[in-house]
Design a protein around this ligand. Sequence first.
Ligand SMILES: Nc1ncnc2c1ncn2[C@@H]1O[C@H](COP(=O)(O)OP(=O)(O)OP(=O)(O)O)[C@@H](O)[C@H]1O
Ligand SMILES: [Mg+2]
Length: 275
Amino acid sequence: MEGDRLGVLELQNVSYSYSDGTVALQNLDWVVQKGEKVALLGPNGAGKSTLLKILAGLMFPKGGTVWIDGMELTKKNADILRRRIGVLFQDPDDQIFMPRVWDDVAFGPVNMDMSISEVTSVVSEAIQKVGLQGLEDRVPHHMSYGEKKRVAIAGVLAMKPEILLLDEPTSNLDPRGRSELVTILRSLENTIIVATHDVNVASMIAEKAMVLNKQKLTDGPLREVFSQTSLLESANLEVPDVTKLFISLKEEGLTVDNLPLSVKEGTEHLKRLLD
Ligand SMILES: Nc1ncnc2c1ncn2[C@@H]1O[C@H](COP(=O)(O)OP(=O)(O)OP(=O)(O)O)[C@@H](O)[C@H]1O
Ligand SMILES: [Mg+2]
């Protein structure tokens, strides 16, 4: 089957229910191309975290098939595939377990058979990127939630995975931390899937989106997804305020061909109109 697959991640008819009978995912078909940055949107309980854990090879679908780079994900090869995938859990307490920041960030690289000098270099680079320099000796357990989130993100970045699965990476980050993380993620050429409730972050990082509520409701370019207002409303989702403003102006008769997703795009649009 290798080579026949369409994307770096592909799901066919994937379903998952927990042992208590709770259905989390139903008959999900989805393709993500190499290098794409995709926002995973959906209300609480939609199955976003469940899906990321399945893609990370940490849980296995109850039905259907997952392919990673053309290789079917099975219990046998999950270990090999897991090395190519970095996952940031929604709750940093599920991820951080070493008693010192530096050791926690270094844990993945050390277990990837990197040399000591490589480990030192990737760890200090990752710590720098998330703005934790000076806190290397702190006990993560005693840090604030936002600081712990940064430790967890540094740990994922330090492993330099080909595919990044990020579950609410910006929750509890302050505005500067959030915009620094957005800048980092935008600069990466990796395939990135980011589950988020923050529509501004989604629009800054991702060019595509998938809307999930146990089943796939829609997927495609972010702009197209964000223009499906009634579908988004039915899934309890919103669009960035700037986008809302332009949807409202459009309803008032303004010509809006390319729905602005950011303040910058909105400004450009208004400037063109005023000229
Ligand atoms: N360990 C578990 N046992 C039973 N049910 C679970 C378990 N984990 C999650 N669920 C249920 O599975 C469904 C999907 O949960 P999931 O955590 O994937 O949603 P989510 O989209 O990530 O939500 P949120 O936006 O709140 O993070 C929910 O109904 C949830 O209650
Ligand atoms: Mg979740």
